[in-house]
Structure formats: C-alpha cells, structure tokens
Design a protein around this ligand. Structure first.
Ligand SMILES: [Zn+2]
Length: 78
C-alpha cells in the first residue's frame, strides 16, 4: 500500500508487541484499573495471545514515521 502522507510505497510487515498484552484503539488510553472496553470509541485490534507475540499485519513508511495496520478476523474471534 502507499503511504497516506507522502504517497510512496510502504514496507509491508507486522506490528508486534512484547510477549504479553494486546492492541486496542480508543479515543483515550484507559487507566490501569478501568475496563478498556468501556472507553469511548473502543476498537479491539488484536486478541490476547498467550505464549507468543501479539501481532497485526501492517505497512510502515520510514520517511514519514507512519505505520498503517489492518485488523479483522483474529480480533473478532475472542
Ligand atoms: Zn510516507
């Protein structure tokens, strides 16, 4: 895919995490004792992955320092 900022071809790969946790998106980052799912605009990006690295397909533009990711099947399974 092409970068939404500069329009050049982006590097394809995966955005991945440390060996615990999962990615989500929301209007604000919830506090450590809040239920993240109650945050305004909550979108689950990945499921928790026990014993492995959470990852999601993504494209990266080094020049603009932008990562574009897509989510779908895995996030909706759990
Ligand atoms: Zn770019």
């Amino acid at each position: 895919m092409n970068c939404p900022k500069c329009g050049k071809e982006m590097k394809a790969g995966y955005l991945f995490s440390s060996k615990d946790g999962a990615f989500s998106f929301a209007a604000a980052v919830p506090g450590p004792f809040e239920n993240a799912k109650n945050t305004a605009g909550f979108v689950k990006i990945t499921a928790l992955k026990v014993g492995g690295r959470t990852s999601v397909p993504a494209c990266c533009c080094d020049g603009c320092a932008i990562v574009v990711l897509s989510y779908g099947k895995e996030a909706k399974e759990v």
